[in-house]
Design a protein around this ligand. Structure first.
Ligand code: DSN
Length: 420
């Protein structure tokens, strides 16, 4: 399969093979991860990585773009059609550079911006203090209501009226509920802010019709391409026609050099896949699976932030289980269930050792798992967390064996050769 790599660098080849085995054998529940199709992977491993193409189709600074231009144009056209937007830029290297380009397009250093606090479910690049976006801009943060775990839109509005931000961010990385894009748009309009919807986590749900679209409401939509959207690691910015020149100029030459053409091609492939009926079914199944998992955990006495989920993601507060999130996540990894420890809103613990775990269903749904498998997973999560709390390594080993049995029946996309 990888003869050249194995000959040239057996050490790296061996580690990649081991990672393939890990992805096949474990139940991957990190909500921002997925399995891309073999077609997407093939596109990323091509000679397109050899080419420089600063600029945009038809306006490049290097010759030899006969095939790169149509590849990028296809990606752009597919993004525009799939998300019903006027303009798409498919060059951002990932979500953080995409978001930084938005600041460059609309703000000057020191301008005020309003985003969701990281511990409440936002993203670093929405103005959090340790990020460049919190250092170079005057950042104001909104949170969630303590009683509901949901975004406090009254707080968003009053902060917006008080601080008059240039940018208003909605979306984030640990939001288990539907984002009310219309409500955010109304606040942005009232204060003259540019509304940026960061749909990195839910882009696949939006494309598949399993989450409302921000297209009519947001001035700019930012996304990664590798989460629920199931493409290669990359980013995109989409916007109204009026903002297109500013966005394009901010991405290149403002922030980046040459686009990663192998990634652009793989994004185009993923966008084509995302337009299929099968993808719509996958998007809806992600949500059904997350609900089933939530029900299974709630029935076993777990506290879910906001009480449940509307999308692909669950945020679990383990305070009642008397085990910190990090210890639980590490025990579950040994049991073959991979998720990440995470702060919960109003967390009294530190981010590197918080009270919760975050999990989601995109990757297991890509393997074809449905509600009945989610019931097994909820039971194993519970058993694994208890085993972690009581240092019962035997139970973790037993669960890992059962997990491996289940995963054999659900070949991971692109890793079918490792099933059975
Ligand atoms: N690292 C991503 C996530 O896991 O949500 C956000 O950038």
């Amino acid at each position: 399969m990888r003869e050249a790599l194995e000959r040239t660098d057996p050490e790296i080849a061996h580690l990649i093979t081991a990672e393939e085995r890990r992805q096949a054998d474990k139940i991957r529940l990190i909500p921002s991860e997925n399995y891309v199709s073999r077609a997407v992977r093939e596109a990323t491993g091509t000679v397109l990585t050899n080419k420089y193409s600063e600029g945009y189709p038809g306006k490049r600074y290097y010759e030899g773009q006969q095939f790169i231009d149509p590849i990028e144009s296809l990606a752009v056209e597919r993004a525009r059609a799939l998300f019903s937007v006027d303009h798409a830029n498919v060059q951002p290297y990932s979500g953080s550079p995409a978001n930084l380009a938005v600041y460059l397009a609309f703000c000057k250093p020191g301008d005020t911006i309003l985003g969701m606090a990281l511990p409440a479910g936002g993203h670093l690049t929405h103005g959090w203090s340790v990020s460049i976006t919190g250092k170079f801009f005057k950042s104001v943060a909104y949170g969630v209501r303590k009683e509901t775990g949901r975004v406090d839109l009254d707080e968003v509005r009053s902060l917006a009226l008080e601080h008059r931000p240039k940018l208003l961010w909605c979306g984030g990385t640990a939001i288990p509920r539907t984002i009310d894009f219309a409500a955010f748009a109304s606040i942005a309009r009232e204060v003259g802010a540019v509304l940026v919807a960061d749909i990195a986590h839910i882009a696949g749900l939006v494309a598949g019709g399993a989450h409302p679209s921000p297209a009519e409401h947001a001035d700019v939509i930012s996304t990664t391409t590798h989460k629920t959207l199931r493409g290669p690691r990359g980013g995109m910015l989409m916007c109204r026609a009026a903002h297109a020149p500013a966005i394009d100029k901010a991405v290149f030459p403002g922030l980046q050099g040459g686009p990663h053409n192998h990634t652009t091609a793989a994004i185009a492939v993923a966008l084509r896949e995302a337009g299929s009926d099968g993808f719509k079914a996958y998007a809806h199944q992600i949500v059904k699976n997350a609900r089933a998992l939530a029900e299974g955990l709630v029935a076993r006495g777990y506290d879910l932030v906001s009480g449940g989920t509307d999308n692909h993601l669950l945020l679990v507060d383990l305070t009642r289980q008397n085990i910190p999130g990090k210890r639980a996540a590490k025990a579950l990894d040994r049991a073959g269930l991979v998720l990440n420890y995470n702060t919960v809103p109003f967390d009294p613990r530190k981010p590197f050792d918080p009270s919760g775990v975050r999990l989601g269903t995109p990757a297991v749904t890509s393997r074809g798992m449905k509600e009945s498998e989610m019931r097994h997973i909820a039971r194993w999560l519970d058993e694994g967390i208890r085993a972690g709390a009581s240092d019962d390594e035997g139970a973790l080993v037993r669960i890992a064996g059962e997990v491996r049995e289940l995963t054999r029946g659900f070949p991971a996309p692109g890793l079918e050769h490792l099933a059975g």
